[in-house]
Ligand binder design. Structure first.
Ligand SMILES: *Cc1c(COP(=O)(O)O)cnc(C)c1O
Length: 392
């Protein structure tokens, strides 16, 4: 068989390797504690499941859904954006339900990228931005996210000829993996850049509801002029503990939404309708689960940050997102440190280098593990004297 080049170019998906390692240790009887995967451990709230079960019994929902989603679901999304961010969206033209944010992000590349085209992609970053670009035959120009710039890309460092050639820029705040946040002043600079160079902006914002200490993340679409140049990807996965149901949305610029809808309608047949009905309940029903989840994550964050500081690591506690992003002690690489934690303490973390070369020197720890597991990990770390860094 002769596979396409894109298959050879694919790195194994980061978590596939980690999952393999965990399985192996567990099969040896080891009690492995994993901070590796950002997937809420808390179940989907019962009122949402109730609607899903009810809708599953309705024969109309057993048939093909429409690619563009139920109008009632699109309206619920528009209303939610209106209530949460004060943005008014037309459900017919500016809202598109997705089979999870990841699906829409991957397919959006097909709307902009022809062979040889350039996408501006953050590094470290969620892998789908660059993989989608590669699938479409394009090249990613990686924008380094550096601690000294508060993990925001430095637009002035993008070479003029790259900025002119680029067709799309990917951004993600609150950020995975760095947990950094961005404000509207920064987003205004992005809109100016987009208009100067005719670059479309795709902002990925699935963590807007996961925040701590009174902080409220903004939507990119609140930026003046953003509707002219951008869409925002969002998801019910993180805020409503619905990763397994696969439901998200793209909202914003009508031309961009239309292009994505045209791609999708040729590839998929939309979100199962019962799940869209559960999605309506998530967005329009009680929002209590958001504060409840955040209180749980905050407690975990505080315990974990304290334990990591106890072993001598420098950490800024995240204001938002599900992740603690921690610089590894001097002398270790990300991978060395992750391997050492697994070997010495049976604790799994994600090496920052898995998110791009500028993630080197950091590890990511997800707060989505049960309290008991987290407490056990904290016990394992407490009082631990780190071994000396490997000699090179
Ligand atoms: C979780 C996540 C998504 C979307 O997840 P879905 O479950 O596919 O909706 C998108 N972007 C980032 C950065 C994420 O961490």
């Amino acid at each position: 068989m002769r596979f396409a080049e894109r298959i050879d170019k694919l790195q194994p998906y980061l978590f596939v390797e980690i999952t393999k390692k965990i399985k192996q240790k567990r099969s040896e009887g080891v009690d492995v504690i994993t901070f590796a995967i950002g997937d809420p451990d808390i179940p989907t709230p019962p009122h949402i499941l109730g609607k899903l079960v009810e809708a599953a019994h309705e024969p109309a929902n057993h048939r093909y859904p429409e690619s563009e989603g139920l109008p009632e679901f699109r309206q619920a999304i528009a209303d939610w954006y209106g209530g949460r961010f004060g943005i008014s969206l037309d459900q017919q033209t500016e809202v598109l339900p997705l089979i999870g944010g990841k699906e829409g992000i991957g397919h959006m590349a097909l709307c902009f990228i022809d062979p040889g085209d350039i996408a501006l992609v953050p590094d470290p970053g969620y892998p789908v931005y660059s993989v989608g670009t590669m699938f479409a035959g394009g090249e990613s120009y990686f924008m380094p996210l550096l601690e000294e710039n508060d993990w925001l890309p430095d637009l002035d460092s993008i070479p003029e000829q790259i900025a002119k050639k680029a067709k799309v820029m990917w951004l993600n705040y609150p950020n995975n993996p760095t947990s950094a946040v961005a404000d509207l002043d920064f987003f205004e600079k992005i809109v100016d850049f987009a208009k100067s160079y005719d670059v479309a902006i795709c902002h990925d914002g699935p963590y807007s509801e996961v925040a701590y200490d009174g902080y409220k993340p903004v939507s990119f679409l609140q930026t003046k002029g953003a509707m002219d140049v951008s869409v925002e990807f969002h998801s019910l996965s993180k805020g409503y503990n619905m990763t397994g149901w696969r439901v998200g949305m793209a909202v914003g610029n009508a031309e961009m939404i239309n292009a994505l809808m045209r791609v999708k309608s040729n590839l998929d047949s939309g979100i199962p309708q019962a799940i869209q009905i559960a999605g309506i309940e998530a967005l329009t029903g009680s929002q209590d689960c958001i504060a409840e989840n955040n209180a749980i994550y905050k407690r975990r964050r505080d315990r974990l940050v304290e334990a990591l500081r106890g072993i001598g690591m420098q950490i800024t506690p995240p204001k938002a997102s599900l992740y603690v992003w921690a610089r590894v002690p001097d002398g270790y690489s990300s991978a060395d440190f992750a391997t050492m934690l697994l070997e010495e303490k049976d604790i799994v973390v994600t090496p920052g280098s898995g998110y791009g070369e500028y993630g080197e020197g950091y590890i990511r720890l997800s707060l989505t593990l049960p309290d008991k597991q987290l407490d056990k990990a904290v016990d394992r770390l407490t009082g631990w004297r780190l071994p000396a860094a490997p000699v090179r």
